[in-house]
Each structure stands twice: as structure tokens, then as C-alpha cells.
Design a protein. Sequence first.
Length: 102
Amino acid sequence: MTKLILEDSSSKEQAVFDNRVKPQNDKTVKNAGNIDGIICTIYESNSSATRVITSRKLTEAQIKKAPSVLGIKTDIIYFHLAANKNRGEEYAMKNKDLILLF
């Protein structure tokens, strides 16, 4: 169950109980290593996604290697440059089946 809605039959007022839990972000910045000389730092991570800051943009081939080289276990990885590390400013995204370059 993701949501329970209770309705008072006399007043028709509704109360919503939402028991979903958002994953907690670990914002501990840590050096993850490098891919072909490009320094990679884990900027933010939770159980579903990881954000990586790179010193230069990675190629598609380098992005494919990132999970194994950097030891990332999440299905979704977002890649940012240091100057653009906010959400929505990534230059690439990888999930287990697909790579998107922005």
C-alpha cells in the first residue's frame, strides 16, 4: 500500500496517510577514483541514484565503465561537471539499460 485515504461519511472530509519513505541522501563528498585520467568524485548518493562530479565530460564508452571502475552499485548514475553540480545540470545519465547524453 502506498497511500490510504480516509473519508468522514458525515462531513465528506478526507485525510490522506502516505507511508512512502523517500531515500535519504548521503551528501558525503568522496573521491571515487578516475576513468582514463578523468577524476571522479561522488557528490550525492542514496539507495536509488548516485551523482558523480567529473573533471571533464566522459565519453559514452567511459560512462559504460563507470559503475565497475568507481564501485557504484545504484542503477541510476548522473554525471556533472564541478561548475554544474546541481540537479538538472547533469551532462549525462546512465541506468542499467540506457545512457543519455545531454
